[in-house]
Design a protein around this ligand. Structure first.
Ligand code: FAD
Length: 501
């Protein structure tokens, strides 16, 4: 019995559900990844050559390939590693499974609507060849309908969901899926697969260079985001040393408060069970920071189950009445959207946040909330446009979490911010970046303003601006909207929700 493990969002070789199950069931196990041309071609068609995520995946595959080789060698099997393909997985995976003569393909669940549709087609094509597709949970602690209310309905409010999650959790659900002890079943990587099968020009390296799939290097390696599960281990170890302070430190973008693990959790270079186990054990031992961090990991599960039970949220408000809101559109709205996207709103905290996103692909959670609120409630622009911008630029882009975050900020989601709670971008700035350290990092042209004016440069007198060497409208924009007026307009815009609710 031979099997193929198809890795997607689980780019690691330890605590790996699909690999564990395949190694236990089969005598020989191959491991493959497909650079999905149906996702990459649209990027190329849009003129994008450098994409941090494509590079993150590619470099993480190099790490995974090395780990598989080492695992095989530890059992005396030479030449193990990853088979990398480029093309449409709906064709490539069944073709590879046939070429390798396997009886089953193993993969982890991916519950995004497009991924489910893809997997259904792969399942059909495999079935035609008499090959089974076994899929299983790996990406979250509790998935789909595992945590439900006593009435058997999905939770729509976070706190009761979290309490039910915490009641259910025990070491059984957090145990690792061991790989090393069964690794003798790993098969050597097939050599000389035809180009028609791999979609790649034949080369000596197991993992193709970025250029081979039509991409170039980005600035990924200048960022503090080491790739692969080795990179994830480094970040996790470093974070666990300061997890006790997470509760206090996490809200201030200028300091190292959060874990910066989201991209690793997105691509599965780190196991969610391991993170949750580390947090849960420390929380049990009394660490308040670990308790708060565990709660964030539960938000992650929460949004995944929302997407599972309500796939329509991918395009619609969770609460249907919010789909009747009349958002701004037309040329003026397009100009405001561009100002927001490019960090030119004249509100320094929002602009610094948007520049952080463009320059690094990361944005601090507090700033995601502030900038999403600004787009929807100060500029009156549809949350879906912001969601798409984040999806394009976030290294950690995840449909469930991004959609949940946007619908929270737009008040249209389940358990969202009430619509009449509107972040004031200046108060948020004064509260969470009091000394303007984060703002100065991304907007050096404002650096000479004092700690009061840096949050609202338009409040500076001509003399103060001159002393700081700033000409408003030239070195830095004037505010594109006036917050108090925008707030009034938003309350009117959202009134339609009240009348329909
Ligand atoms: P930490 O604070 O260290 O949190 C640990 C982990 O918990 C994160 O890595 C993440 O996996 C999970 N997590 C934390 N907060 C949330 C949350 N609110 N919802 C779901 N999971 C959470 N997170 C993404 O992973 N991908 C996204 O595309 C995404 N888009 C967002 C969009 C908006 C508008 C908002 C408000 C939030 C979004 N988030 C998203 C959630 C959160 O901002 C990021 O997970 C977090 O900033 C990542 O940094 P970290 O790993 O240092 O987080």
């Amino acid at each position: 019995h031979q099997a193929l493990v198809w890795v997607r969002r689980d780019l690691r070789a330890d605590d790996h559900a699909a690999l564990h199950h395949a190694l236990r069931a089969a005598r020989r196990v191959h491991v493959a990844f497909v650079f999905d041309s149906t996702l990459l071609e649209p990027l190329r068609a849009a003129g994008i050559r450098a994409d941090r995520r494509v590079e993150f995946i590619r470099d993480s595959l190099v790490d995974l390939d090395a780990q598989l080789r080492a695992l095989g060698l530890s059992h005396g099997v030479e030449g193990c590693g990853l088979t990398v393909l480029h093309g449409d997985p709906v064709e490539r995976i069944p073709a590879l499974a046939r070429a390798l003569d396997v009886q089953a393909v193993y993969a982890a669940h991916d519950d995004e609507p497009l991924a489910l549709a893809r997997d259904a087609r792969v399942r059909g094509a495999l079935a035609d060849a008499g090959i089974a597709l076994h899929t299983m949970k790996d990406h979250v602690v509790f998935e789909r309908a595992e945590v439900m209310t006593a009435a058997g309905t999905p939770y729509g409010v976070f706190t009761p969901y979290k309490n039910a999650w915490l009641r259910k959790i025990d070491p059984f659900f957090l145990r690792a899926w061991p790989v090393a002890r069964h690794a003798a079943a790993l098969a050597p990587r097939p050599t000389a697969l035809p180009q028609a099968l791999t979609g790649l020009a034949p080369g000596a390296e197991a993992v193709p260079a970025l250029e081979a799939i039509g991409f170039e290097r980005s600035n990924l390696h200048t960022l503090r985001l080491p790739t692969g599960s080795r990179g994830a281990d480094e970040l996790l170890d470093e974070f666990l040393d300061r997890i006790d302070a997470y509760g206090e430190a996490r809200d201030f973008p200028a300091i190292k408060g959060p874990s910066y693990l989201s991209t690793h959790l997105r691509f599965g270079t780190l196991s969610i069970r391991r993170c949750a186990r580390e947090a849960w054990q420390r929380a049990q031992a009394g660490s308040r920071g670990a308790e708060v961090w565990l709660s964030e990991l539960i938000w992650r599960d929460f949004y995944h189950q929302v997407l599972h039970h309500h796939p329509r949220v991918a395009a619609h408000a969770f609460r249907p009445e919010y789909d009747t809101i009349a958002w701004e559109h037309g040329a003026a709205a397009d100009r405001l959207f561009a100002a927001w996207a490019e960090g030119r709103t004249g509100y320094p905290l929002v602009d610094a946040a948007m520049l952080q996103l463009l320059q690094t692909g990361y944005m601090h959670n507090r700033l995601r909330m502030v900038s999403a609120s600004f787009l929807t409630k100060d500029l009156g622009i549809d949350w879906r446009r912001g969601e798409a911008w984040f999806a394009r630029h976030l290294n950690d882009f995840d449909l469930a979490a991004n959609n949940g975050g946007w619908q929270w900020a737009a008040s249209s989601g389940c358990d969202a911010q009430p619509y009449f709670r509107i972040f004031n971008p200046v108060s948020q700035s004064l509260k969470f970046d009091a000394q303007g350290r984060f703002i100065r990092r991304y907007l050096p042209q404002l650096a000479a303003l004092n700690d009061r004016l840096i949050h609202a440069p338009w409040q500076a007198s001509p003399l103060e601006l001159q002393a700081a060497g700033i000409t408003l409208g030239q070195d830095y924009p004037r505010p594109v909207v006036e917050h108090d007026q925008a707030r009034e307009r938003t309350l009117q815009r959202y009134a339609v929700v009240k009348s329909r609710a």
